[in-house]
Ligand binder design. Structure first.
Ligand SMILES: [Ca+2]
Ligand SMILES: [Ca+2]
Length: 256
């Protein structure tokens, strides 16, 4: 009887083992490290500067705060839903809200396009943080500001109290040449309600799924698994260009 029971237990363990093994490593074996082909390109233009957060992480800062007006293009590894948060600033004197030795009220403008089809438009949320000169009074200029909310760039930040961004035309913003040299097709310039007086603006937008419909791997939590390596890149011998290397291979008779 005892022997029969032990045989039964052993038999059940054999049956259970593959099930247990499978349930422990269902997806881990399939996960690979991301490659550059998994990234998307972000084009961002701000009049005058910006900071860009994606899913709570700072991913890009305008490298030229004031002029010339530049486009920042960076590669990002997307995961969806994708929470985009931006702080955009016009150029302004923090005491007066004006620029150029307090002789002029400058205006802002922000536009963004990702190669997955994500674009700025009036669906984005906007919150003005600093504005002035109040009532366009340039004789005795004053500004008003509110505190930047804690964690305004976080995925779980509650932006339900924010208004919608307002769309502006190219003519209203007057972008400089770098804007025309980059792909912003389908994107709209946005700002808060007053493109001249509002000098610091926060934007938020959630991209629920890739707008281009392309299926993409979610590479978050990569530190919790052992991912497969992508194919190795080839190492370029130092000091040799491609033609020289090809020529060298030919001389060695390895490959023509
Ligand atoms: Ca301004
Ligand atoms: Ca400006």
């Amino acid at each position: 009887m005892m022997k029969w029971m032990m045989q039964l237990v052993a038999f059940m363990m054999v049956l259970a083992y593959p099930v247990a093994a499978k349930s422990q490593t269902p997806s881990a074996a399939k996960i690979r490290k991301p490659q550059m082909s998994d990234t998307i390109r972000a084009n961002v233009y701000a009049d005058n500067q910006f900071m860009l957060y994606i899913n709570g992480d700072l991913v890009a800062v305008d490298s030229i705060a004031f002029v010339p007006h530049n486009v920042i293009s960076v590669d990002i590894l997307p995961s969806y839903p994708m929470t985009i948060a931006v702080m955009a600033k016009d150029n302004f004197d923090p005491k007066t809200g004006m620029e150029y030795a307090n002789t002029k009220i400058g205006d802002g403008g922000f536009i963004l396009k990702f190669s997955d089809g994500t674009v700025t438009n009036g669906d984005w949320k906007a919150k003005k943080i600093s504005w002035g000169p109040i009532d366009r009074d340039t004789k005795s200029p004053r500004i008003e500001s509110i505190e930047v909310p804690n964690n305004w760039y976080a995925v779980d930040f509650d932006d339900r109290g924010w208004g919608k961004a307002k769309e502006y035309t190219e003519e209203e913003v007057g972008p400089k040449q770098p804007y025309f040299d980059s792909d912003f097709q389908g994107a709209k310039f946005i700002w808060s309600d007053d493109i001249a007086l509002d000098n610091v603006v926060l934007f938020r937008h959630v991209v629920k799924a890739p707008p281009d419909g392309k299926e993409r791997i979610d590479f978050r939590n990569l530190n919790n698994v052992i991912p497969e390596n992508p194919p190795r890149g080839s190492v370029r011998p130092s000091g040799l260009g491609r033609q020289e290397r090809d020529g060298q291979r030919g001389n060695n008779g390895e490959k023509k």
